[in-house]
Design a binder for this molecule. Structure first.
Ligand SMILES: Cc1cc2nc3c(=O)[nH]c(=O)nc-3n(C[C@H](O)[C@H](O)[C@H](O)COP(=O)(O)OP(=O)(O)OC[C@H]3O[C@@H](n4cnc5c(N)ncnc54)[C@H](O)[C@@H]3O)c2cc1C
Length: 515
C-alpha cells in the first residue's frame, strides 16, 4: 500500500516556521480544504524565537502575496519599512568617503546588454550603480520606491522590507491559522519516536501529547532538534571562510518621531567586523557582527557605542553567538530542515530569510506524493540547497576579499587565498577578463544572488575587468540608449516619488489598494 504524504508537521514558530507553513499551505489549499492534507505547526510556549533578522529580500513580496497577506497590514502590524538595497561603507579602503550601493534593481536593459564594459570605458566619474540604475539616487534622497497610488506589492523601483522580527512571526501566525487552515499547537517537543528505518513517526510534547506526521519540517532554530539531535546530521563549519562569530544587537530610538528614514541597510565596516543599521518607522535595529578572537567583548561594545552615540549608552545590548556553517544535508529520511536549523553564516546581505522562502517554495512545489518517492525528491532538494549555500558563501566572501584595507588583522586575514572557496577564486580569475552577466545564469533555476548582485559588489569595490575598445563597439548603440534611459528615469523618479516616512504615514492612514 502506498503511504501518502498527507500530514506535514513543522517544529518551530519563528520566521522560518511560519513562512514555511504559509508557503506550503497556500500551495496546497485545495487539498487542505478537501481534508486530504494538513499543516500543523508546533511551537514551544517558552523558548523565544531569535527575534533578529529584520532585513529581507524582494522575494518576500511574492511570498507574502502568494500567501494572500495584505501588504498594508504588514506595514501596520510589523513596523515595516521599505528596503531598497544595501549601502556598504568603508569596506574597500576604510576612508570616510568610501561607500557603494548594492541596490535591488538590476541594471537598465540587463537581459539585453551588459553595461559593465561600457561603464569601465566611458562611465568614470560616475559610480557603476548610478551609471546603470536610479536606485542609489533614490536611497540618497530618502525616497520611497512607490507612491500611494501603486497597488499592494507593486512599485516604481524594486524593493523588499525592513521589519520588526518580533512582530513578523506572530503576524504570519495569525494569517496562516485564520486564512490558510494551519493548525497551531503551543507545546514543547520533549522526545521523538522513530521507525526502524529512522523515519520520524511522531513528536511527543509536554502539553499536547503525541503528534504524528508523514513529513516533519525542522524549524527549531539553532537547536536543530530533529535534523541534528534526532537524526544526527553533521554540521559543516564555515568559520574559516566567513569569520564573524558574535553579534551585539541593540534597538535605538529616533531623535524625533519624524526623523528621516533610510531605505537601505547600512553596513559599516569596523576593525573586526561590520555594523548593520536598519531603519524601521519607530526605531533603528543596529548590531555589530565581529570576530571575537580579534575583538574582546568590551572592545566590541565600545565600537558599537561609538556608532550609536554616548547618549544611548544605557540601552540593553543583546549578545548572540554565531556558529557559521550549515548542515551536511538538509533532508534526511522524512525530515527537512529550514531556517537556522539548516544553518547560518552571518547577517550580511540578508541571505537567511530569502533562503527559507525559496527552500519552502521548492518543497511546496515538489511535495512528495508518498513516502515511496520521498528519497528521490530529497536528493534533488539536497543537491539544489547545497548549491545555494555554496553560492551564498561565495557571494558573502566576495565582500571581504575585494577589500584593500590592511589596518587590522581581521581585514588582512580575510584576503588570505586559503580562506577563499575554490569556486570564488576561479570566478575572480574569470572576472578579470569577462564580467558576470545575465547569460551566466540561463541554466540555473533561481539564484539567491543574481549576476547583477555580483556586478554591484565587484564594481562598487573597484574591481577591474579588462576591456578592449572593440569589446564595446557592437553593443554601443543599445548601451547608450540604456544609459540615457537610466538618466531620464532617475530624474523622473526623483521628481515624483515621496519620501519614505511620508509614504509610510499615508499607508498607515489610508492603506494601499489591494491586488
Ligand atoms: C545576529 C543575527 C542577525 C540576523 N539578521 C538577518 C537579516 O537581516 N536578514 C535575514 O534574512 N536573516 C537574518 N538573520 C537570520 C534570521 O534571524 C533567521 O533566519 C530567521 O529569524 C529564522 O529563524 P528560525 O525561525 O529558523 O529560528 P527561531 O526564530 O530561533 O525559531 C525557533 C523556533 O523553534 C521553537 N523551538 C525550539 N525548540 C523547541 C522545542 N523543543 N519544542 C517546540 N518548539 C521549539 C522555538 O519556540 C521557536 O519558535 C539573522 C540572524 C542573526 C543571528
Amino acid at each position: 500500500m502506498v503511504r501518502r504524504v498527507e500530514a506535514v508537521v513543522i517544529i518551530g514558530g519563528g520566521t522560518a516556521g511560519w513562512l514555511t507553513a504559509g508557503v506550503i499551505a497556500a500551495r496546497h489549499q485545495a487539498r487542505i480544504n478537501a481534508g486530504r492534507f494538513s499543516v500543523t505547526l508546533v511551537e514551544s510556549p517558552d523558548i523565544r524565537i531569535i527575534g533578529v533578522g529584520e532585513g529581507t529580500w524582494p522575494t518576500m513580496r511574492s511570498s507574502l502575496e502568494t500567501m494572500g497577506v495584505s501588504e498594508t497590514e504588514l506595514f501596520r502590524e510589523c513596523d515595516a519599512a521599505f528596503k531598497q538595497g544595501g549601502k556598504f561603507a568603508r569596506w574597500t579602503t576604510g576612508a570616510e568617503d568610501d561607500a557603494y550601493y548594492h541596490p535591488l534593481m538590476v541594471p537598465q536593459g540587463f537581459s539585453h546588454v551588459n553595461l559593465v564594459p561600457h561603464w569601465l570605458r566611458e562611465g568614470q566619474g560616475r559610480s557603476f550603480c548610478d551609471f546603470v540604475t536610479p536606485q542609489g539616487r533614490l536611497c540618497d534622497e530618502g525616497l520611497a520606491p512607490k507612491t500611494i497610488t501603486h497597488a499592494e506589492y507593486r512599485g516604481s523601483a524594486n524593493y523588499a522590507y525592513h521589519l520588526d522580527a518580533g512582530k513578523f512571526a506572530p503576524f504570519l501566525a495569525r494569517h496562516c491559522t485564520a486564512k490558510l487552515g494551519v493548525r497551531h499547537v503551543l507545546a514543547d517537543v520533549v522526545s521523538v519516536t522513530q521507525s526502524e528505518s529512522g523515519d520520524i513517526r511522531s513528536v511527543l510534547t509536554r502539553q499536547a501529547g503525541e503528534i504524528p506526521g508523514d513529513l516533519f519540517i525542522d524549524c527549531s532554530g539553532f537547536a536543530a532538534l530533529l535534523i541534528g539531535k534526532t537524526l544526527g546530521v553533521g554540521f559543516k563549519e564555515c568559520g574559516d571562510t566567513l569569520f564573524c562569530d558574535t553579534a551585539l544587537a541593540v534597538q535605538v530610538p529616533f531623535e524625533t518621531p519624524d526623523a528621516p528614514m533610510a531605505s537601505q541597510t547600512i553596513a559599516s565596516a569596523q576593525e573586526a567586523g561590520w555594523i548593520w543599521d536598519i531603519c524601521l518607522p519607530t526605531r533603528r535595529g543596529i548590531g555589530y557582527v565581529y570576530l571575537s578572537r580579534h575583538a574582546g567583548e568590551e572592545a566590541a561594545r565600545d565600537t558599537l557605542l561609538r556608532y550609536i552615540g554616548p547618549r544611548h549608552k544605557d540601552l540593553p545590548v543583546r549578545k548572540i553567538p554565531i556558529r557559521s556553517g550549515h548542515r551536511e544535508i538538509f533532508w534526511k529520511n522524512n525530515c527537512v530542515a529550514m531556517g537556522l536549523a539548516q544553518g547560518f553564516l552571518e547577517p550580511l546581505e540578508s541571505s537567511a530569510i530569502v533562503l527559507v522562502e525559496i527552500s519552502a517554495k521548492l518543497l511546496a512545489e515538489q511535495m512528495p506524493a508518498c513516502r515511496e518517492v520521498m528519497d528521490i525528491v530529497a536528493r534533488r532538494f539536497n543537491e539544489v540547497t547545497m548549491y545555494r549555500w555554496g553560492r551564498i558563501i561565495d557571494f558573502l566572501k566576495l565582500h571581504y576579499v575585494l577589500t584593500r584595507r590592511t589596518d587590522t588583522a581581521f581585514w588582512r586575514d580575510n584576503v588570505d587565498p586559503a580562506t577563499i572557496p575554490e569556486r570564488l577564486r576561479d570566478l575572480l580569475m574569470l572576472w578579470k577578463y569577462q564580467s558576470p552577466w545575465f547569460f551566466d545564469e540561463l541554466d540555473r533555476l533561481e539564484e539567491v544572488f543574481p549576476a547583477a548582485s555580483y556586478q554591484y559588489v565587484l564594481y562598487g569595490m573597484g574591481f577591474r575587468t579588462e576591456v578592449a575598445p572593440e569589446d564595446t563597439a557592437d553593443t554601443a548603440p543599445v548601451a547608450s540608449r540604456m544609459v540615457g534611459e537610466n538618466e531620464r528615469m532617475t530624474a523622473e523618479l526623483c521628481r515624483w516619488l515621496p519620501k519614505n516616512r511620508e509614504l509610510l504615514a499615508k499607508i498607515h492612514a489610508y492603506g494601499l489598494q489591494a491586488v
